[in-house]
Design a protein around this ligand. Structure first.
Ligand code: HEM
Ligand code: HEM
Length: 558
């Protein structure tokens, strides 16, 4: 039961146990007795309440309260006689705080746990944490992002050891890293390509959040913290690009910093402050290096509440139905640790391809020319991940309006939780918004394409500026008009009664699909998988119980 922290029996148990224990009046004694009578009391309690849940239960005796130290770990010695305020039928029992969790096994971990509950925190949040059982591949991108962030920090620190924060030396320092430093080329290549891969993962993570309605209550803050992370990430990547002090760095910094000068009254002051001078120069490089070093650590500080907020609300999932019972979840470890690890490895293989085979795939040729303030390159374009915003900026002929539109495009994301008023979360069950959502994906790709073209380019007889204008209009229209309006008129598809049921239905559907693909034994075509073949031999529709709905494994000690 993710998200439940503490509470008394009534509050914590109500949604789960009372509905399940029909015939047993309310809460308290009967439930505990029933649990106690069952052989697998610990598993039952853990799967009903969720490991890490704190509840106050009533026990028939003090002895029962401390019966099993593994279940009632924190209850031992704390049982207190019921107060007069307790319901009459419970007055004979003992009231006791119960933490449904297991104790660390090793003596050192127990020692540490008693003083600084770090093993407990890790166990509760990353091992026993109850996670929806139907998370798909798009849910591995959070872990991939965390991994990438770690890689960027480690490689960044090594690069900083060899880098020179000096406008005269910076460009040569990069060449020194590439040619003289042992494995310097590898570290830099991982850092530079890793940044692009990180942003790819970031965009996938954001679009999947939008697709599954993960920004809706109770996860609004989780989303908002995500948007802050996005802003920080963009700032970090921009600052990083200035460090090699190439033509791209110098002119990229000049263009972006200049945007601030269009802000009325304070604009010029902000520009000078950012530059550290009256033009982009040596002082700018110093500023940017200091910030590029600092901000990733601030980012880590923002990712922490992001994960915290996630663990309070619990994961959303592709069907968008909330977790209702232990049957809807599986422990994070080993189910999702292995899944995440598998996709992290695939991601590393993709990164390795760029690092080893096309080292400069994401880079511009101007990156190999030292910064020169008197030589403006004709084809200066920002990094690919800024292109949609750059296209918006250029689509508007007036500079300040362009800046407002570009900033508005990002700020809009903060309001998404309130712009979408549909009670159905996932786009899977929203036939109308699903189509408009793909329109948003296409508009974003079109914007990126337009951003990469020269300002006066014409594609198929249409000026790119106009394509960019239409795509910008769609972007804003999607969030500010389509989202609220569609929520009013759309009739969502029927939601599954529970998450477990949707998994079951999905598995049965897959089985039926498989049986249709391989209808009968002996027909021409690929061999059928064992289970469907036997089913078709028997001529029955009886199927193996899908492995996906097996009961979660009992939680073990740390
Ligand atoms: C370094 C950056 C980030 C890291 C390390 C990170 C990490 C995570 C992790 C580990 C999860 C849980 C697993 C998953 O759903 O993938 C998650 C979920 C989520 N993240 Fe992020 N995240 C980052 C950036 C963002 C950004 C930029 C946004 C949105 C603007 C965002 C919004 C969300 C949302 C809405 C969820 C909940 C998904 C769900 O339960 O359906 N995150 N994040
Ligand atoms: C979210 C984390 C980070 C991102 C997205 C990021 C991104 C970037 C990018 C895109 C570049 C330019 C690469 C190039 O074209 O050569 C760069 C350069 C650099 N970064 Fe980072 N960085 C991150 C974290 C860090 C950290 C934590 C440090 C130092 C502690 C660091 C130190 C450097 C240095 C010294 C350079 C210049 C060397 C070079 O250009 O390869 N970075 N960074």
């Amino acid at each position: 039961m993710p998200g439940h922290q503490a509470g008394d029996a009534c509050r914590t148990l109500e949604p789960f146990v009372t509905t399940k224990m029909e015939g047993l009046e309310g809460l308290g004694l009967p439930i505990v007795q029933r649990f106690a009578e069952e052989a697998d009391a610990q598993n039952k309690i853990e799967s009903e309440l969720g490991v890490g849940t704190t509840a106050t239960l009533w026990f028939p005796s003090r002895r029962a309260a401390g019966a099993d130290s593994r279940i009632w770990s924190s209850a031992r010695g704390h049982a207190s006689q019921l107060s007069r305020r307790a319901p009459r039928r419970l007055r004979k029992g003992y009231k006791c705080p119960v933490v449904c969790r297991t104790l660390p096994k090793s003596r050192f971990a127990q020692w540490l746990d008693a003083r600084l509950p770090l093993p407990r925190l890790i166990h509760d949040q990353f091992i026993a944490f109850q996670t929806p059982r139907n998370l798909n591949v798009w849910y591995t991108f959070g872990a991939i992002l965390a991994f990438c962030l770690g890689i960027q920090i480690v490689t960044g620190i090594v690069l900083a050891m060899h880098y020179a924060t000096n406008a005269e030396l910076a460009f040569d320092a990069i060449e020194h890293i590439m040619r003289d430093v042992n494995y310097g080329w590898l570290i830099r290549s991982i850092h530079a390509n890793g940044a692009s891969m990180l942003v790819i993962a970031l965009y996938i993570h954001m679009f999947s959040g939008l697709c599954y309605g993960s920004y809706k209550a109770p996860r609004e803050l989780l989303w908002i913290i995500g948007v802050i992370i996005y802003l920080l990430m963009m700032a970090i990547a921009f600052l990083g690009h200035v460090l090699p002090w190439s033509q791209t760095s110098f002119w990229g910094a000049t263009v972006i910093i200049n945007l601030f000068s269009s802000i009325p009254v304070v604009g010029p002051y902000i520009t000078t402050w950012l530059q550290g001078d009256f033009a982009v120069g040596a002082a700018t490089l110093n500023h940017f290096f200091a910030l590029h070093y600092l901000l990733p650590f601030i980012l880590v500080g923002v990712v922490a509440p992001h994960i915290w907020a996630l663990h309070v609300a619990g994961n959303n999932n592709p069907v968008g139905v909330e977790v209702r019972s232990g049957k809807d979840t599986v422990p994070f470890h080993p189910y999702y640790t292995t899944k995440d690890m598998f996709y992290v490895i695939l991601f590393v293989i993709a990164l390795a391809y760029f690092v080893f085979f096309t080292l400069d795939f994401f880079a511009s040729p101007n990156n190999y020319e030292p910064a020169h303030r008197l030589k403006t390159p004709p084809d200066i374009v920002p990094e690919w991940y800024f292109l949609p915003f750059y296209a918006m900026l250029r689509a508007i002929p007036h500079k300040l309006s362009g800046v407002i539109v570009m900033t508005g495009a990002i700020l809009t994301l903060f309001f998404v939780p309130w712009l979408d008023t549909s009670p159905t979360r996932s786009n899977r069950f929203r036939p109308l918004i699903k189509r408009f959502f793909w329109g948003l994906v296409i508009a974003s790709v079109l914007l990126a394409y337009c951003g990469a073209q020269p300002a006066d380019a014409v594609v198929g007889g249409v000026p790119v500026a106009w394509i960019a204008r239409l795509a910008t209009l769609y972007y804003f229209g999607f969030f500010w008009l389509i989202m609220p309006l569609v929520a009013m008129i759309e009739i969502p598809d029927k939601l599954p009664a529970s998450l477990a049921q949707s998994v079951h239905a999905g598995a049965v559907e897959a089985d039926i699909h498989r049986a249709q693909l391989w209808p009968a034994n002996g027909t021409v075509g690929p061999a059928a998988p064992a289970n469907t073949r036997s089913a078709s031999i028997l001529g029955t529709t009886r199927r193996r119980r899908p492995s996906a709905i097996r009961e979660p494994a009992p939680c073990t000690s740390v």
